[in-house]
Design a protein around this ligand. Structure first.
Ligand SMILES: [Zn+2]
Length: 281
């Protein structure tokens, strides 16, 4: 299992010093499998993401849910993917909760039920750029997760069927950032839909009939990597920022007979995670 070699440890910043002084960016690469992400990083196929990660490698983590809604509800409550080794592991963010064993001195503790409103209470402007259906604001359920944010955006071209979804999402993020008071801290959340099925159109020569595969999933991650630098640059143009990039759950492509997610299989519960600082440009 060469892919499960321990990655270089991530920095463990004091989040009480980060919150208030830095913009915050949370990118969920929806549905991205850990094994695919690790293979591509090791092969040099995601150079822009790898350049930001300690040792150029993803941290292997366990998702807090097996599908988008469950996992994002947990993440927004402060339960980011957990290191895939026995814990307890301290958390970056946590709601005040008596007896929490994963709240440490360098954990940022918020007084609200969720991190998004906690950051708003700390003076942040909170923005959601949605991707998959749970962020499409087309009905009550698709409005729950975007509803945590002061400002939320979704368009069909941000969604799973668009071959240029990530570019459209970054275009919107750039517009939002350009209109912000430069003195106000920003929490920007982007749910990237490109990895989620359907993704066959990201692999040159693939066809709708042949459908989605592990290879088209990988091609979708290469597509994201080609453009992610523009999103990071938009943030660092405002000042220093702290970025978290992770998946919310993986997905199965026939592994042990399973297809999709919202099920308990290693390819679903194992996810890639990283975090890093962005210096002001
Ligand atoms: Zn998802």
């Amino acid at each position: 299992m060469p892919l499960s070699e321990p990655a270089m440890p991530l920095s463990e910043p004091d989040m009480n010093e980060v919150v208030g002084s830095h913009d915050l960016l949370l990118i969920t690469l929806d549905t991205l499998r850990y094994d695919v992400a690790a293979e591509l990083a090791a092969a040099g196929r995601t150079p822009n993401l790898s350049a930001r990660m300690p040792g150029g490698a993803w941290a292997e983590r366990h998702a807090p849910g097996s599908f988008t809604y469950a996992s994002h509800q947990a993440m927004f409550a402060g339960f980011l993917p957990t290191p895939a080794t026995p814990g307890p592991h301290r958390r970056l963010f946590a709601a005040r909760f008596a007896g929490s064993e994963t709240t440490a001195a360098d954990t940022y503790v918020f007084e609200t039920p969720d991190l998004v409103s906690g950051l708003a209470a700390a003076g942040y402007h909170t923005v959601c750029v949605g991707g998959v259906g749970f962020f499409n604001k087309r009905g009550p359920l698709g409005s729950v997760l975007p509803g945590y944010f002061q400002e939320s955006h979704w368009e069909p071209e941000f969604g799973v069927t668009s071959p240029t979804s990530f570019e459209a999402q970054i275009d919107r993020a750039e517009k939002v950032i350009a209109g912000l008071d430069p003195g106000r801290r920003l929490f920007l959340f982007v749910n990237v839909s490109a990895l989620h099925q359907p993704n066959w159109f990201h692999l040159p020569g693939a066809t709708r009939e042949a459908g989605d595969t592990r290879a088209t999933h990988a091609a979708a991650l290469e597509y994201v990597d080609r453009h992610v630098g523009r999103l990071l640059a938009a943030l660092s143009g405002r000042g220093p920022a702290f970025a978290i990039v992770c998946s919310d759950h993986g997905t199965a492509y026939g592994d042990d007979g399973y297809t999709g997610h919202r099920l308990g299989h290693e390819v679903v519960w194992t996810v890639p995670y990283t975090h890093f600082f962005l210096e002001a440009r």
